[in-house]
Design a binder for this molecule. Structure first.
Ligand SMILES: Nc1ncnc2c1ncn2[C@@H]1O[C@H](COP(=O)(O)OP(=O)(O)OP(=O)(O)O)[C@@H](O)[C@H]1O
Length: 455
C-alpha cells in the first residue's frame, strides 16, 4: 500500500513539474490547452455569484421544494412540530447567459445575452468589478447585436512592452504601435485621411509623430511641416520635409501653397473625369502630401489684434485642406496639448474634419472632450484613466465610433531623424509640388517656407 502511495506521489510531482516546465517554455500553448479550460471552468462555476455581486443578475420566480415547519400537537405545556415538504414560488438570482467562450492569446472573449431591460452601458459600468472578480487586467465591453454584448477579457496588459515596426510596406499606411487586443494598430491615411493627436506634455505625442515619420519616410510621398514652436520639433526631420513653416507668416504662405496644390489637383481630376486622384492613371497621379502640424494651438493664438488676419487666414486654410484633402491626397496629422474651444471657432470646425482621433493622457477634461467627446462616453472615461507612468498609451478612435486603448512603439527622435536622412533622396522639392499640373498659376515658390536642407 505504501509503495502505491509513493508511486501516486511521484506521478503527481512529475505531472506538476511537467506542467510548470510547459508553462514556462511554451506559455501560449499551455494557456490554450490547460490554463484557459481551468480558468473558464472557475469563471463559469462562480458566475452566478459574480453576476449578483456586480448587479447584473435579475430576480426570477422559480418553483422550489421547501421545508415547512408545521405544529403537530399542542398542549398547554408544549408544542411539537414536524417538517413538511412543499412546492412554492421563490425569487432567485438569475445570472445572464454566456455564449460559447473563445480563448485568445491574451485571455478570452465571450458573448453575454442581456436580461430584459439591460443595456450595454450596464456592463460597461460593471467592467472594472468583473475584472477584479476574475483577477484579470481588464474587461472591455463591446456592443454586439441587439440584446447581446461581448466581453473581451485580457489577463495581462499587452501594452506594457510594445515592439512593432512602423513600416508596413503599404502606401500611406503606418503601424505606429499596438492595440489593447494585441492586434497591430494600423493607421491607413487612405481610409482615415486626417488625424488629431492630443495629449498633455510628456504624454507621447511626439513619439507618435516620430513613428509616423519613421513609417512614411521610405514611401513615395511628400511630407510638409508646421512647427510654430520655433521649429524645434520638426527641424531635425527637415531632410525628408518638402517644406516647413516655423513662423506665422510662413504658415500662411505654406497653407496658400497647399490650397493651390489642392485646387490644381481638383482641376486635373475634373479634366480627366475622375472623382479623386486615385482614379487618375498612375502616370499623371500627383504625389500624396502628408501635412504634420505640431502644437496646433500656436497657429490659433493671438498676441495682439494685428495677428487677427493671419490667424483667420490660417484657420480657413487648414479647414480647406481638411475638407478637400481626402479626395486630392493631402492628409493632415494635427498634434496639440490643448484643442479647446477657447482657441476660437476655427479649432472646433477643424476638429470636426479630423475623423481619426488619438487621445493621450490629458490634463484638462475639455481637451479629452474635444478629442473624444463626440464618440462613446466610455472612451472619454478610458482616456481620463490613462496614468502618467505609461507615456505613449492613448485612446484611438475612428469614424465608425469604435475605439481602442493602444500604445505607440517607442521611436526616438534620433531614429526618426535617421530615417529622415536615409530617405532624404525621396523628398519631392516644394517647387515641383506646387508646379501647376494644369496650366499657369500665380502662386510662386516662396523660399521662406523651405527647410534648411541638411548636407
Ligand atoms: N510608447 C512609449 N513607450 C515608452 N516610453 C514612451 C512612449 N512614448 C513616449 N515615451 C516617453 O515619454 C516621454 C515623453 O514623450 P513625448 O516627448 O513623445 O511626449 P510629448 O507629449 O510630445 O511631450 P511634449 O508635449 O512635452 O513635447 C519621452 O521620454 C518618451 O521616451
Amino acid at each position: 500500500m505504501a509503495a502505491e502511495n509513493v508511486l501516486v506521489l511521484v506521478v503527481l510531482v512529475a505531472a506538476a513539474a511537467g506542467a510548470a516546465a510547459w508553462r514556462r517554455l511554451a506559455p501560449g500553448s499551455f494557456w490554450f490547452c490547460v490554463g484557459f479550460p481551468v480558468r473558464w471552468a472557475w469563471v463559469f462555476a462562480t458566475w452566478p455569484k459574480v453576476a449578483a455581486g456586480c448587479k447584473l443578475s435579475r430576480k426570477r420566480n422559480r418553483l422550489r421544494w421547501s421545508l415547512e415547519v408545521v405544529p403537530l400537537v399542542s398542549t398547554s405545556a408544549s408544542t411539537s412540530y414536524t417538517q413538511r415538504r412543499k412546492v412554492r414560488t421563490v425569487a432567485v438570482d438569475k445570472a445572464p447567459r454566456f455564449g460559447l467562450p473563445r480563448p485568445t492569446s491574451l485571455g478570452w472573449r465571450v458573448g453575454v445575452r442581456l436580461h430584459d431591460g439591460q443595456v450595454p452601458a450596464d456592463y460597461q459600468a460593471a467592467a472594472e468589478r468583473l475584472a477584479h472578480a476574475w483577477g484579470v487586467h481588464s474587461v472591455r465591453v463591446l456592443p454586439d447585436k441587439p440584446g447581446r454584448v461581448v466581453l473581451v477579457v485580457n489577463r495581462v496588459d499587452p501594452l506594457t512592452d510594445v515592439t512593432a515596426s512602423p513600416e508596413t510596406g503599404e502606401l500611406l499606411t503606418v503601424r505606429p504601435g499596438m492595440l489593447e487586443t494585441g492586434m497591430p494598430w494600423i493607421m491607413d491615411l487612405k481610409v482615415m485621411p486626417h488625424w488629431l493627436n492630443a495629449g498633455a506634455t510628456q504624454s507621447g505625442k511626439s513619439t507618435l509623430v516620430n513613428a509616423i515619420i519613421r513609417g512614411l519616410a521610405p514611401q513615395p510621398i511628400a511630407l510638409v511641416g508646421f512647427d510654430l514652436k520655433g521649429g524645434v520639433e520638426l527641424t531635425p526631420y527637415a531632410p525628408r520635409l518638402s517644406a516647413l513653416a516655423t513662423t506665422r507668416a510662413g504658415s500662411v504662405r505654406l497653407l496658400d501653397g497647399l490650397v493651390s496644390i489642392l485646387e490644381d489637383r481638383m482641376t486635373l481630376c475634373r479634366t480627366a473625369g475622375a472623382r479623386n486622384v486615385w482614379q487618375l492613371p498612375e502616370e499623371i497621379r500627383p504625389v500624396p502630401v502628408v501635412v504634420l502640424v505640431d502644437e496646433v494651438a500656436e497657429l490659433f493664438l493671438m498676441a495682439d489684434k494685428s495677428e487677427k488676419d493671419e490667424v483667420a487666414k490660417t484657420a480657413t486654410g487648414l479647414l480647406r485642406v481638411a475638407q478637400l484633402g481626402r479626395a486630392f491626397a493631402v492628409y493632415l496629422i494635427v498634434s496639440g496639448q490643448r484643442i479647446g474651444s477657447d482657441l476660437g471657432p476655427g479649432v472646433t470646425a477643424l476638429r470636426s474634419q479630423l475623423s481619426g482621433r488619438v487621445c493621450h493622457r490629458v490634463n484638462d477634461p475639455e481637451t479629452a472632450n474635444m478629442t473624444l467627446g463626440d464618440l462613446d462616453p466610455a472612451a472619454l472615461d478610458a482616456a481620463r484613466a490613462i496614468p502618467a507612468e505609461t507615456p505613449g498609451v492613448a485612446i484611438v478612435a475612428g469614424q465608425d465610433g469604435t475605439w481602442s486603448r493602444a500604445r505607440t512603439v517607442l521611436i526616438t527622435e534620433d531614429e526618426a531623424e535617421h530615417a529622415a536622412k536615409t530617405f532624404a533622396h525621396l523628398t519631392p522639392a516644394w517647387s515641383d509640388l506646387i508646379r501647376s499640373l494644369t496650366g499657369p498659376r500665380a502662386t510662386v515658390d516662396d523660399p521662406a517656407v523651405h527647410p534648411p536642407r541638411a548636407a
